[in-house]
Design a protein around this ligand. Sequence first.
Ligand SMILES: NC(=O)c1ccc[n+]([C@@H]2O[C@H](COP(=O)([O-])OP(=O)(O)OC[C@H]3O[C@@H](n4cnc5c(N)ncnc54)[C@H](OP(=O)(O)O)[C@@H]3O)[C@@H](O)[C@H]2O)c1
Length: 286
Amino acid sequence: MPTINPTRPGSIRIGDELRVPRLGFGAMRITGDGIWRPPQDPAEARAVLRRAVELGVRFIDTADSYGPETSELLIAEALHPYPADLVIATKGGIVRPDKPTWARDARPAHLRAACEASLRRLRLQRIDLYQLHAIDPNVPLEDSLGELARLQREGKIRCIGVSNVDAKQLARARRVVDVVAVQNRCNVADRSSDPVLAICERDGLAFIPWSPLGQSPQDADAPPRVALQRWGREHGLTLQQAAIAWLLARSPAMLPIPGTSQLAHLEANVAAANASVSAAELRAIG
Ligand SMILES: NC(=O)c1ccc[n+]([C@@H]2O[C@H](COP(=O)([O-])OP(=O)(O)OC[C@H]3O[C@@H](n4cnc5c(N)ncnc54)[C@H](OP(=O)(O)O)[C@@H]3O)[C@@H](O)[C@H]2O)c1
């Protein structure tokens, strides 16, 4: 059974107190179609979560909006009581009034209610990493993060992260709270967050790439993705495995969170953490 080799890809620090192996699991895909309501087979979703932990994953990313509520509930059902070293990162600031809608709501009162509801669903006293899912254009960032800082002082949150921010917004956020992690879209075809990644590397923040496998149509024909696929084939890896190996090699700040609803894909993704990409190969992939 593949387990995450602790020396490759190594571990990463999240804030001053937490350290996890550098391959996480994204728990958005364990919900129903369209990230809405329970999955067709909740038992399989719970099995995927348990297997992830068995294989050595110690960082699980979720959000109250995944389902909504479903992903957090499944995590608790599958894994509570949690291993002491498991870090569960959740998010607030996006609401799902209906299946197609992902609406921003980062008003302080909403974030407080969202965080407290996540604590209950996850059966936790404190959330290790609570991330502002997205900036709400109708609410000053300072107000949203100010509330997260209050929740942190009250002991309900250990560390604070932000998501979907550019470099300027990150700097603004860091003037309000100690941001320890950034979660942005990033994969071989989408380098738009490279400036943020560079800041994370420089200042010791974890960079959590979402959509790490680059599975969306928007990523499909990018030349580096084609080069990555070729490199993967030469090394006996699928494109998805190559994508994970590439991210891990790209920066020590990178903490990928590939998401899957399938045991076989989970195992393949975890095995990819043991592959290595040399600096020359990284350059050749582009
Ligand atoms: N902060 C944000 O705004 C934000 C936005 C989106 C996602 N996220 C987080 O990021 C995580 C990952 O993002 P994502 O799920 O969008 O993208 P992803 O992990 O790049 O791709 C997931 C897709 O790839 C498939 N897949 C996974 N492993 C595979 C494999 N080995 N072979 C073939 N297909 C495979 C999955 O389908 P199967 O289920 O069939 O395997 C799923 O459709 C999410 O779980 C969530 O935690 C955050």
